[in-house]
Each structure stands twice: as C-alpha cells, then as structure tokens.
Design a protein around this ligand. Structure first.
Ligand SMILES: [Zn+2]
Length: 178
C-alpha cells in the first residue's frame, strides 16, 4: 500500500471514488487549496490531486508530471460533489477539458493516467470496492444551483476506466504500480 497506508482513524466506509478535473490547465494541491478557500471551503476539497507538470500558468516542470499530491486525509469528508461528500474519495486531475473526449488522453498526460490507475487500483483493494464504484463527477446527480457542478468534469467518460479495471489483469497493476 502506498497511498492509503494511514491507519483508519474511524471505521469510515468509502463507497465510491469520484474522478474530477481541475478545469484549469495548471495547478497543484496548494493552488486548489487557494481556489477552494476563495470559494469558502476550509481547504482543498479533494483527497488527491494528480499534476500535469504545469504547476503555475507559465511554468512547466517535467518532474511534476504525474505526481500525486495529498489533499484532505481520506477519512475526512471532502468537498468535491455536493450531497456526496460523506462516503466518497475525490481525485482531481489537473487539466482543462473543452469537451467530453471518448478517451482521456486529449487533455491529460500519460503519466497522470498511469498515476490515476495506480491510485485507483490501490483504492479498490483498500476499500474493497468494485470497478463500478469508480465514477466521474459528470455521472453524479447535478444540482442546478451549483455553478461549479457542471456535467463536463472530468472531461471524459469514466466508463473507460471501469472497463480497464474489469478486463485488465491485476498483474499489470502490480508490475507497474510501485
Ligand atoms: Zn468535478
């Protein structure tokens, strides 16, 4: 275990993992912390943020591409989907999709996707979930009065990810995820 090795502070049941995008072409956990505080949240509302190398609007650091940063502790409620923050984990990919891509590669980097799959693989085992428990923000009920909850996020059809977990043998993940 790599991402979820912290002891369980409470017996909290995680039922779903929700995949998001930042709707920005740059950023990191600290930037999101700032953006979310401006929106009135206590801190970054996601549990994990997966970087694309563009930490600020005018810098690129190859070493940051695919890096997973921690937001809130997984046992704390996130602030990422209104009405669904109690038993979910929120993962945010830095990226700015303009439309729903049939594959996520249009906006997210290969390294981001690799990190996402490794994180999800571990989450599925740690929380005893099935691939069907991985959902996109755009698949969860929308609230018309929430301007931040649009149907675009995360910019691709997360069914793609569920299929990978249904059909890809576990050995692939064990080999490629440290
Ligand atoms: Zn979202």
């Amino acid at each position: 275990m790599r991402y979820f090795e912290q002891p369980k502070k409470r017996k909290k049941k995680i039922k779903q993992i929700v995949v998001h995008c930042s709707a920005s072409d740059f950023g990191d956990k600290d930037k999101i912390d700032e953006w979310h505080k401006n929106r009135g949240f206590k801190s970054c509302g996601y549990h994990f943020v997966i970087l694309n190398g563009n930490v600020s609007s005018n810098s690129y650091d190859k070493a940051k591409d695919g890096v997973v940063e921690y937001g809130r502790n997984w046992w704390e409620n996130g602030a990422h989907v209104r009405g669904h923050n109690k038993n979910t984990i929120g993962i945010c990919l830095i990226g700015l999709p303009k439309k729903i891509h049939s594959l996520p590669f249009g906006v997210f980097t290969i390294k981001q996707l690799r990190s996402l799959f490794c994180l999800l693989y571990e989450a599925i085992r740690f929380f005893e979930l099935s691939p069907n428990d991985i959902v996109g923000h755009n698949e969860i009920v929308n609230y018309d009065n929430d301007p931040y909850n649009d149907k675009l996020c995360p910019g691709f059809n997360v069914e793609f990810i569920r299929k990978v977990f249904k059909y890809m043998p576990g050995i692939y993940f064990r080999r490629h995820c440290g």
